[in-house]
Each structure stands twice: as C-alpha cells, then as structure tokens.
Design a protein around this ligand. Structure first.
Ligand code: AHR
Length: 344
C-alpha cells in the first residue's frame, strides 16, 4: 500500500471519530453579580425635599402675560392670593405687558434662579420651544396655564386652562338661537396668535349656522382701549342693523370698549345681538343693561389648581397632562341676581 493511501485512510478515520464525539458540555452559567435593586429614577422636576415637599418649600415662577383685562387682573390675584394663603416660599411674579420677548426673558431669569416650577400663561401660541427646551434641560417643569402653546407636549408637564375652542362653539350656538333666520355678524377678536383668539375663532366657525355670515373680523387685542377704535371703524364701514345684526366679541373688556363706540354712534341696547366671553362683573353689567345677550364663561381663578399640581410635581407624583376648566354660559335673565356674588 502506498504511503499516500495510508495517510488518506488515517485522515478519514480521524474525522469520523471527531464527528461522533459527544458535543462539549457548555460551561455552567455564572451566577449574576448581586447588586442592590436599582431605585426607579424620580420623574423630572422632582425636588430635593420629595416626597415630603410642602408649600413652604415651593418657589413658583409666574411670568404673567399682562394686565390687559379684568379677567387678567382676577387671574393675577388668584395666583398671588393662593401663594399667600398656602404659604409658598416665594412666588416670582412678573408682568410681560403682552410682549412675548418679555415673557421669554422672565422665564430665563426663573431658570437662572432655579425655581421649582414655572406656571406660564403664554401670550401667543408659537415661539416658546427654545425657552421650554431650556427649562426642560434645567430639570424645571413648566405648567402651561390659561392659553395653549403650539410646542411639542414633551416640552412641558401639563396644561391647565379653558377649552377655548368650546367657548367659540358655545358662542356660535348662541348666535344660531339669536338669529334663527340667518344674518351677518362682526367679530372683534382677541390678541392675534393667542391660544384664546385662535381657539375661539376656530370654534365659532365650527358651529355657526351656514345662514350666518361673518362680515368682518378685526383684533382689539383683548383691551377696551383698542376695541373702541376698531368698533368705530366697523360702524363707519357697515350700517348697524342693516349690514350686520350681531357682534361676537372675544372678551368682556373689548365688549365694554365696543359699547362706548356703539353708544356714541346712536346704537341702543338690543338693536344688535352681542355675545361676549369671560363672565366678568363688567360682562354681567352689560347683560343687565341689555347690551349682551349671552356671556360665555372663561374662568380666571386658576391659582389653587396650579399650586396643587406644582406640589405634586415637586414630590415626583404623577399628574394629568391636560386639565380643562368646567365652564358654562350666562344669560341676562339671571345677571342681576348673580352680579353681586361674582368673584371677578
Ligand atoms: O386667555 C384668556 C383671555 O385673556 C380672556 O378671555 C381675556 O379676558 C384675557 O385677556
């Protein structure tokens, strides 16, 4: 037999023996290293005093958007009274005078101060992403108060306020009853780009009967002073009672400004159908005097709810991402009776 043949046979036999050999037993698993169970990470914004934080530990930043209306004055008072009553460590208050840049600067100052929570009533919807991101990166939770923002929901903890779209829908429903045979209305709208004005305008258009036309829409920036000339200009352009039968007004302060212009032009209470929003004492008086046929409620007394949520955030508790205020519509028949007990 040739040497090469012998080598070939030896190799074949060796490979057969290897194939039939039992598989190597896997090494026994090493017991996992024993470490202490990981503590679940505290939600962002949890304060050092958690879970026992109290109001006396709370520093809340409240960069109020302005002082444009009686509604706003009542809202500010609600936060200041709540802070005093509950005994906050500090309420960092500022008034942005309806300017977004002032509000953004105020938020930045609060981030520097390392407040526990920021309660932000945004003057307009757009443009808050950068500063909300800064607050988030600093671990300071933001509660959006009253009006909404268009920023991504991941940038803030929650929104507490009114359903502005519903308020607009409720206003439309009143006109559908007041003008059953159709007609034309003017719209005196709130601050351009604000969640309140955008939502109310949207809701109004959602529900207004197709036989009621919106003849014109102009902003009065939620103030009496700015609504007055807008109404004057409307009255120069359109004949009250002929060209239009009603006015939808986005807040009571503008309503009061508009009434001054209507009076000056010789329009009498009841000549036009007027629906306003807020339900302030001024709005109730306008119903008593026969100017407003309905006042859609928008409640400014948000301080206590916001404080409660802020404390939960400090203590690392879960909160609702959206809390809408329960509201109604007021009418002239009960206005005189309810007026003395109105809180704002
Ligand atoms: O955002 C709430 C609105 O702002 C109120 O209707 C108005 O009165 C205020 O200025």
């Amino acid at each position: 037999m040739k040497v090469s043949k012998v080598l070939f046979i030896v190799l074949v036999v060796l490979s057969l023996v290897a194939a039939c050999a039992p598989a190597a037993t896997p090494a026994p698993a090493q017991p996992a290293a024993t470490t202490a169970p990981a503590k679940p990470a505290a939600p962002a914004g949890t304060a050092a005093c958690a879970p026992n934080c109290a109001y006396k530990d709370m520093v809340m930043c409240f960069p109020q958007l302005g002082a444009e209306s009686d509604w706003r004055t009542a809202d500010t008072a609600s936060f200041k009274d709540t802070a005093t009553k509950l005994g906050f460590k500090q309420l960092v208050f500022s008034d942005a005078q309806q300017k977004q840049e002032n509000q953004i600067s105020a938020v930045r100052a609060c981030i520097q101060q390392k407040v526990n929570v920021i309660a932000l009533p945004p003057v307009v919807e757009d443009g808050f992403e950068p500063v909300l991101t800064e607050a988030k990166n600093a671990g300071i939770p933001v509660i959006i108060v009253d009006r909404s923002v268009s920023a991504d929901k991941s940038l803030y903890a929650s929104h507490i306020g009114s359903d502005m779209v519903l308020e607009g829908e409720r206003s439309a429903a009143e006109f559908n009853k007041l003008l059953p045979n159709g007609g034309a209305v003017l719209e005196l709208s709130g601050t351009t780009g604000s969640g309140a004005a955008v939502g109310r305008a949207k809701g109004f258009r959602n529900k207004l009967n197709s036989n009621i036309k919106i003849l014109d829409s102009q902003t009065g920036n939620f103030t009496r002073a700015e609504a007055k000339p807008v109404m004057e200009a409307f009255l120069k352009k359109y004949k009250a009672g002929t060209d239009f039968q009603g006015i939808f007004i986005h807040n009571d302060d503008m309503g009061i400004g508009a009434i001054e212009s209507l009076k000056a032009a010789g329009v009498k209470p009841g000549d036009l159908k007027i629906v306003s929003v807020d339900g302030t004492r001024g709005g109730f008086q306008a119903m008593v005097d026969g100017w407003f046929q309905a006042d859609v409620e928008c409640n400014p007394l948000l301080g206590p709810q916001v404080a409660e949520m802020a404390l939960k955030l400090m203590n690392g508790q879960t909160i609702d991402r959206e809390v809408l205020t329960n509201e109604t519509v007021y009418y002239p028949d009960k206005a005189a009776e309810l007026l003395p007990s109105r809180q704002y």
